[in-house]
Write a protein that binds this ligand. Structure first.
Ligand code: XMP
Length: 523
């Protein structure tokens, strides 16, 4: 296993995902984690991440000394390389300007286990005169290493920075100024693979089948013959937990599905069809829609709506759970990004999308212990094991859906008839996206119901009906997002279908706001 020490870079999770894609287990810890725990963790190699600060400031983060005493291979990326440089006796200076974007890296003649044989421009015409090999790499930095620490050799340079990579081949310590974890660095995956597999000697056993086998063994060891309760939401995480627990403990698993009436069209039935019929999971379905609509009547403030939905969800779930006897465990779909103890999280920089399904009070009252079988997994790993466990691909790769559901997509007061209109409009939009092959090219798409009336002409008559807004965005982390450039013809088709098929809608608009300043959801 590999340890990644986080200096607060926005790319740290990406490093971990890349390492795991290679098939090697890794964890992310903050740079100031207890050094003794690092020694106990006994990683085969350590990666020092990038970070937003400058090593030229005396109060900025440094790698713990334990990292250099363990005798394992090290890879410092960007800030991680700079902190290695200053800590090991080299020099770093603040650059004159930030460098951001592509850079051509010239690999030096020195043999480097990470770069040997790599060349992004092998067929370029100037190969003749003994040209150095080059890589296209992604840079994002202000500072630069200006003097190598003792024992290090130069491994690469660019036109603007003489020391773009360094290595100490004896100690197997490497530093790269560029970011191998981003896909813009074409050989980045190969460089990381060479580090964790060739240099550190890690086996590539972290595969979906391996992850499932581990999780099953550990769940069985934890719960024995006791019964486990799971709240099914229709989302990916809780569905994968259900499928996994079904494999691990069979009939000891009992699922409660609270249908709030605020899910997508026919989603409640789909959850039952997939989980209960297809996967053979025992599911108690509670049709709580009337209670949600009653509680939401007359409420138009978004935060108030969120609170009501969250509170009522917990209430309904608790009531049902209270009827069950001899349940000892509460399973939750917590995933790794929620638990990472990262530098970013503590400084408030990392993002956390909070689930509103916080059944926090229940475990104490019912004396339940928490079971979180996805705690170590990233979303893409959760999806891969979901498919491996037999969940339908379309379900596992669905766009994210907010906890409060359509409650925040019907703007203002939530009424059953508005929700019904929205569900149909949304279903038309999504169906057409799938048909056009666009669904998987965008990150999130949905319809929003605007409680605004607008005039139109229908046949010979005058219509005065509601408005639907369509939203589609492209994003990597949902922190920033760009509105999707959907083809005009496609938008026209969706608009026509919605207005023709839904009598109460007379106008469709497309949202061309990016985030920031707008958010993805409208409320
Ligand atoms: P915003 O609107 O903040 O959305 O740009 C970012 C992502 O978070 C989702 N979202 C939520 N998810 N409970 C959730 O579980 C919520 O209250 C909530 N609000 C927004 C949104 O769908 C998008 O993917």
């Amino acid at each position: 296993k590999i340890l990644i020490l986080d200096f607060g870079s926005q790319y740290t999770q990406l490093i971990a995902r890349r390492v795991r894609e290679i098939g090697v287990y890794c964890e992310i810890w903050a740079w100031d984690h207890d050094p003794e725990a690092i020694t106990r963790f006994a990683p085969r190699g350590i990666i020092l991440s990038g970070g937003p600060e400058s090593v030229t400031e005396t109060a900025s983060p440094r790698a713990p000394q334990a990292v250099f005493n363990l005798g394992v291979p090290l890879l410092g990326i960007c800030y991680g390389m700079q902190s290695m440089a200053v800590q090991l006796g080299g020099k770093v200076e603040s650059g004159h300007a930030r460098e951001f974007g592509y850079a051509a890296i010239d690999l030096s003649a020195v043999s480097c286990a990470l770069f040997n044989g790599l060349d992004d421009h092998a067929d370029s015409p100037d190969t003749a005169g003994g040209r150095t090999r080059r890589l296209d790499a992604w840079m994002s930095h202000g500072d630069r290493v200006t003097m190598l620490p003792p024992g290090f050799d130069l491994a690469a340079s660019t036109e603007s920075i003489p020391i773009a990579a360094m290595l100490d081949s004896k100690r197997r310590w490497f530093g790269v100024q560029f970011h191998p974890e981003v896909t813009h660095t074409r050989q980045g995956g190969e460089i990381l693979r060479r580090f964790v597999v060739d240099v550190c000697g890690c086996a590539t056993a972290w595969t979906p089948a391996g992850i499932i086998a581990d999780a099953i063994a550990s769940v069985r060891a934890q719960v024995g013959t006791q019964r486990v309760l799971l709240g099914l939401s229709g989302g990916v995480d809780s569905s994968v937990v259900a499928a996994l627990l079904k494999r691990a403990i069979g009939a000891q698993l009992i699922c409660v599905f609270v249908d709030t009436g605020l899910l997508r069209l026919a989603e409640g039935d789909q959850v039952m069809a997939t989980m209960a019929e297809h996967m053979g999971v025992q599911v108690i379905r509670i049709n709580a829609a009337p209670r949600f609509f009653t509680a939401l009547a007359g409420v138009s403030d978004p935060e108030a709506k969120r609170k009501i939905i969250g509170r009522l969800f917990v209430e309904v779930f608790d009531e049902e759970a209270g009827k069950l006897s001899d349940v000892r465990w509460l399973a939750q779909g917590t995933i790794y990004p929620d638990v990472i103890e990262s530098a970013g999280a503590r400084t408030g920089k990392a993002h956390v999308i909070k689930s509103h399904h916080n059944v926090g009070g229940l475990p104490e009252r019912m004396n339940l212990r928490l079971l979180e079988p996805l705690r170590e997994l990233f979303k893409d790993e959760v999806r891969r094991i979901g498919v491996e466990l037999g969940l339908p691909h379309a379900m596992v790769y669905r766009h994210p859906f907010p906890g409060p559901g359509l409650g925040v997509r019907v703007l203002g007061e939530v009424r059953a008839e508005y929700v019904a209109l929205l569900q149909h409009a949304d279903a038309i939009f999504i169906e057409e996206l799938r048909k056009a092959g666009l669904y998987d090219t965008i990150s999130q798409a949905f319809a929003v119901f605007l409680p605004v009336k607008s005039v139109g002409v229908v046949g010979d008559g005058r219509a005065y009906e509601w408005v639907i807004a369509l939203r589609a965005v492209e994003t990597i982390d949902f922190m920033t997002a760009r509105w999707a450039r959907l083809p005009y013809e496609f938008l026209e088709l969706v608009s026509l279908r919605i207005i023709n098929e839904l009598r109460d809608i007379s106008r469709v608009v497309y949202d061309i706001s990016s985030k920031p300043p707008a958010t993805i959801e409208w409320e």
